[in-house]
Design a protein around this ligand. Structure first.
Ligand SMILES: [Zn+2]
Length: 411
C-alpha cells in the first residue's frame, strides 16, 4: 500500500551548511522604493563565477528548488494606526511600511509571519492597539502587498476581540488570498495547513502558549476547535497527519517564551526537542519581541532547525517607548529547500538571515510617524537616514547576527 511507503518517507535532511549572512539585493528594476537611492545592487555569486559545464542538463530536472521566507511578529499599536490614517479621505493605508522588505518577501515562493492582531471591523468596536488589538482590514492589504502568503494566527492576542474576532480575522485574511494557520472559524477538518509549492509538500502547524487569560471568551468546545494552544498530544497528531499527507517538510510556528527575554526558556527548549524528535523540520518562534538564538537540533534520531524568536517585524515597541532597543530588531529568514525527485529526499540547502530594523521618524512637517521595515544592509548608505539612525541600525544588525548565531556554539 502507498500508505506504508509514505510512512517511510525520506526524512528531510538538514545539510550542515553554515547560515549565510548576506545582504540580499533583490532590487527588481520595476520595484518602487520609498528611498530609491538606498538600494544596493550587489552581484550574486552566480553573476561573478564562470559557470562550469560539468553536469548534463537533465540533472537539473531531477531537483525542485523553492525558497521559504519567515518573519516574526506583525503588530499595529495606536501610533501606527494614526500614521496609517488619512483624515481627508477617512481611509487607512499601511503599504508603504513594507516597501523596503517587499522585494525580499515577494521573491520567496512562500512567505509566512505571525499576525499578532485581529481585524474585527470598526462597528461597534473601535480600532485599538495594546492591550486589545483590533486593526483596520487595510493591514491585511499591506501584508499581502508585501508578498506574504500565510499568516500564523495563533498567539496571545488571537482572542482580543473574542469569538467574533477570531472568525472575522480568519475570513478577512483568507479573502485577501492568503492562508491562515493556528485559528479557525469552526472546528477544522485538520489543524494542519498543507501547501504544495512547485511539487514540494510543506506542512504548516501553528500553536500559542498563551491567550492572555481570555480563554473564557470561548466555550470549552470552541476553545478546543478554534485556537491551537500548545498541547503535546495535538501537536503529535498534527505531525502524524502531515506525514500521512506525504509532507516533504514540516514547519511549526510557535508563539512561546517570555517577553523581552533574549534567551529561550527551558520550556521552549524542551518543546523544540520534542517537536524535532517527532519529525518537525523547521521551528519558527515568535512572541518574546526580541531576537533569540537559532540552532540545529538533533533529537530522537531526527534533525531540525529552530529559531526561538524572530523578534518584531513591525511594531511601535522600541527604545523611545520601552527603553528597550532590542524590540526594534527583526529578521527575515530565507530557507532554500531542495527536493530530489528521484530519491524523494528533501534538504535545506541554505539558510540566510536578513536582519531588519523598524524605522520610525516624524519627518519634516508631519503630524504622525513614518514607519518602515528596513533590511539593514540595504539601507546603510541611504542619504535619507540620519547618522544617529545609522548607528542604531548598526547596533541592531550586530546584535541580531550575534544572537542568532549564539546557538552555533551550543550542542
Ligand atoms: Zn505575543
Amino acid at each position: 500500500m502507498r500508505q506504508t511507503r509514505r510512512k517511510k518517507r525520506k526524512k528531510i535532511v538538514l545539510t550542515a551548511v553554515g547560515v549565510a549572512v548576506l545582504a540580499i539585493s533583490l532590487a527588481a528594476a520595476a520595484t518602487s522604493y520609498l528611498w530609491e537611492d538606498s538600494v544596493t545592487v550587489s552581484k550574486s555569486p552566480a553573476d561573478v563565477l564562470t559557470p562550469e559545464i560539468t553536469k548534463p542538463l537533465v540533472e537539473s530536472d531531477s531537483f525542485i528548488d523553492i525558497r521559504l521566507a519567515a518573519a516574526g511578529d506583525i503588530m499595529f499599536h495606536n501610533a501606527q494606526l494614526k500614521s496609517g490614517y488619512d483624515a481627508k479621505t477617512d481611509t487607512y493605508n499601511f503599504k508603504s511600511v513594507f516597501d523596503g522588505v517587499k522585494p525580499i518577501i515577494s521573491a520567496a515562493d512562500l512567505a509566512i509571519a505571525n499576525f499578532e492582531t485581529t481585524t474585527n471591523g470598526s462597528d461597534p468596536h473601535k480600532f485599538t492597539g495594546y492591550p486589545r488589538f483590533n486593526s483596520p482590514d487595510e493591514v491585511i492589504d499591506a501584508i499581502q502587498y508585501a508578498g506574504f502568503d500565510v499568516m500564523s494566527t495563533a498567539n496571545n492576542h488571537s482572542l482580543d476581540m473574542g469569538r467574533q474576532g477570531i472568525i472575522r480575522t480568519v475570513q478577512k485574511i483568507q479573502k485577501s488570498g492568503m492562508d491562515t494557520v493556528g485559528t479557525y472559524e469552526k472546528r477544522p477538518e485538520t489543524r494542519v495547513l498543507m501547501k504544495n509549492v512547485k511539487g514540494i509538500k510543506l506542512a504548516f502547524m501553528s500553536y500559542t502558549e498563551s491567550t492572555n487569560g481570555l480563554e473564557g471568551t470561548l466555550s470549552p468546545d470552541e476553545l478546543d476547535a478554534m485556537i491551537n494552544i500548545v498541547d503535546e498530544q495535538k501537536m503529535k497528531e498534527d505531525i502524524q497527519y502531515s506525514k500521512k499527507q506525504g509532507a516533504d517538510a514540516i514547519i511549526a510556528f510557535l508563539h512561546w517564551g517570555n517577553e523581552y527575554e533574549r534567551t529561550p526558556s527551558r520550556k521552549q527548549e524542551q518543546l523544540a526537542k520534542l517537536l524535532v524528535s517527532e519529525g518537525v523540520d523547521i521551528i519558527l518562534g515568535s512572541h518574546p519581541h526580541v531576537i533569540q538564538k537559532s540552532e540545529h537540533l538533533t533529537s530522537g534520531g531526527s534533525r531540525g532547525f529552530v529559531v526561538y524568536s524572530m523578534g518584531n517585524f513591525i511594531s511601535n515597541q522600541r527604545y523611545e517607548t520601552l527603553e528597550n532597543e532590542y524590540t526594534e530588531d527583526g529578521v527575515i529568514i530565507n530557507f532554500d529547500i531542495q527536493k530530489n525527485k528521484k530519491t524523494n529526499e528533501t534538504i535545506i540547502k541554505n539558510i540566510e538571515y536578513v536582519p531588519t530594523w523598524v524605522y520610525r521618524n516624524m519627518e519634516n512637517g508631519q503630524q504622525t510617524y513614518t514607519y518602515q521595515i528596513l533590511p539593514i544592509l540595504n539601507y546603510m548608505d541611504s542619504k535619507h537616514i540620519s547618522m544617529e539612525f545609522k548607528a542604531r541600525m548598526q547596533r541592531s544588525y550586530k546584535d541580531t547576527i550575534t544572537r542568532l548565531d549564539a546557538g552555533k556554539t551550543a550542542s
